[in-house]
Write a protein that binds this ligand. Structure first.
Ligand SMILES: Nc1nc2c(ncn2[C@@H]2O[C@H](COP(=O)(O)OP(=O)(O)OP(=O)(O)O)[C@@H](O)[C@H]2O)c(=O)[nH]1
Length: 353
C-alpha cells in the first residue's frame, strides 16, 4: 500500500498570504487618473496621460463597479508593458450613466457607459428597415441618463429620411444623415460637427452601419464591418465590447455592441415626462400614480387634448409613445404632421426632426 507524504496534501495559498491585514485603507496618493476605454473579461483598458494600461479592479470596489467611460484612479504597474496589470482603486463621480434593465419586467439593472453627454442613435433608413420602437426606447434611455440625443440616419442612399423623420418632428430631436456614394461614406460633416469636443455614445441595432461610421470618423479604429443577414434582414453581431475612441478633431465616441434590447424598467415615468417641459406642467393636475397613457383615468393630458393645437396633440402622442415603449407596450406609430422645431431642443447641426 502506498504511503502518503506531504506532497499529497494540497494547500491552496490564502489570498494575501500570511501578511497581517492593515485596518487602514491606503490613501493611494500616488494613484494616476485615467479613462476606461474597454472591458474584456474582468480586464480594464485604461487610458492614462502617458498611454494605455491594462488593469483589474480592487476587491473593495465590488463587481460591475466600473464601466467604459469611467474616470478611474490606478495604482501599481502603470508602465503599460505587455503582461503587466495595474489596479483600479477608485471611480470618480459620474456626470451621466447610461443603464438598461435586462428584462422589462424588473430585471437586473446594468450600467453600460459612464460620462457620455450625448447619445447618437444610429438607424438605417433601409436594410434593416427603421423601427421607431428602438429609437423611442433609446430616447427614453438618453433622457433618463441626462444626455442629449442625436438621430443619425444611415444608408440615405437606399431611402430618403423624410418619412421616418416625421415621427420625430414633434420631439424636435436633432438629426444628421449619411449615405454611401461610390463606395465612400458621405454626409459626415454635420455628424463631425455634432460630435466635436463631446463624449458621445453610439447606439443602434446590429447592421445599421455603426461600425462603418466609426471607421470613417476614427482612422485606425478597425471596427469590424458585418453583413446584413439576407434571411432575417438583421445584422450579424460582429462587435463585442463597448469601446471608447478619441476623435481626431477633439472629442470622444463610445461604440457599443449591437443592442438588441433596451430594457427600461428602471426608468421613472416622471423622468420621461420631465424631458417634455411643456407637458410636465400639465401633468401636475393628474391623479397620483397616473401612467399618462391614453387609458389612464383622469389624465390631465387627455383633458388637454380636447383643446390642443395639432402640435400640442403630436407632443402628447409622442410622449405617450415613449411612455408605452418604456413599459414594453407596443403602440401603433402614427406618423406626425410636419411642424416647426421645438424651442429648447438644441441647435441643430443639420436639421431638426
Ligand atoms: N448602402 C449602404 N450600406 C451601408 C452604409 N453604411 C454601412 N453599410 C453596410 O451595412 C452593413 C452593416 O454595416 P456595419 O457597419 O457592420 O453595421 P453595424 O451597425 O456596425 O453592425 P454590427 O457590427 O453587427 O454591430 C455593411 O455591409 C456595410 O457595408 C450606407 O451608408 N449605405
Amino acid at each position: 500500500m502506498r504511503e502518503f507524504d506531504e506532497s499529497d496534501v494540497r494547500i491552496r495559498p490564502r489570498r494575501g498570504g500570511t501578511k497581517p491585514r492593515s485596518k487602514r485603507r491606503p490613501e493611494h496618493a500616488e494613484a494616476q487618473w485615467g479613462t476606461v476605454t474597454t472591458i474584456d473579461r474582468g480586464r480594464y483598458d485604461v487610458l492614462l496621460p502617458q498611454g494605455g494600461v491594462r488593469a483589474v479592479t480592487a476587491r473593495e470596489l465590488g463587481r460591475g463597479a466600473v464601466v467604459v467611460g469611467d474616470r478611474v484612479a490606478v495604482v501599481g504597474d502603470t508602465s503599460g508593458r505587455a503582461g503587466t496589470l495595474a489596479r483600479i482603486v477608485r471611480v470618480a463621480e459620474r456626470t451621466s450613466l447610461l443603464r438598461r434593465t435586462s428584462e422589462d419586467t424588473g430585471g437586473v439593472e446594468r450600467a453600460l457607459v459612464a460620462n457620455a453627454d450625448q447619445m447618437v442613435i444610429v438607424t438605417a433608413l433601409a436594410d434593416p428597415t427603421p423601427r421607431t420602437r428602438m429609437v423611442d426606447r433609446c430616447l427614453v434611455a438618453a433622457y433618463d441618463a441626462g444626455m442629449d440625443a442625436l438621430l443619425c440616419l444611415t444608408k440615405a442612399d437606399l431611402a430618403p429620411p423624410a418619412d421616418f423623420l416625421a415621427n420625430y418632428e414633434p420631439l424636435g430631436v436633432r438629426w444628421v444623415s449619411s449615405a454611401r456614394t461610390d463606395g465612400e461614406i458621405t454626409g459626415l460633416t454635420a455628424l463631425r460637427e455634432a460630435l466635436a469636443d463631446r463624449t458621445s455614445v453610439l447606439v443602434g441595432h446590429s447592421g445599421v452601419g455603426k461600425s462603418t461610421l466609426v471607421n470613417a470618423l476614427v482612422p485606425n479604429a478597425s471596427r469590424r464591418v458585418g453583413d446584413v443577414n439576407a434571411v432575417t434582414g438583421r445584422g450579424r453581431h460582429t462587435s463585442t465590447s463597448a469601446l471608447l475612441l478619441e476623435l481626431p478633431g477633439g472629442g470622444w465616441v463610445i461604440d457599443t455592441p449591437g443592442v438588441r434590447s433596451f430594457g427600461l424598467a428602471h426608468v421613472e415615468v416622471a423622468d420621461v415626462v420631465g424631458a417634455f417641459g411643456d407637458l410636465a406642467e400639465i401633468t401636475t393636475a393628474c391623479p397620483p400614480g397616473c401612467t399618462h397613457l391614453s387609458d389612464a383615468p383622469g389624465c390631465a393630458l387627455t383633458v388637454y387634448l380636447r383643446t390642443a393645437t395639432p402640435l400640442g396633440a403630436d407632443r402628447v402622442a409622442s410622449l405617450r409613445r415613449l411612455l408605452a415603449s418604456r413599459s414594453g407596450e407596443s403602440v401603433s406609430d402614427t406618423p406626425a404632421m410636419p411642424h416647426a422645431p421645438i424651442p429648447g431642443a438644441g441647435t441643430p447641426p443639420e436639421g431638426t426632426a
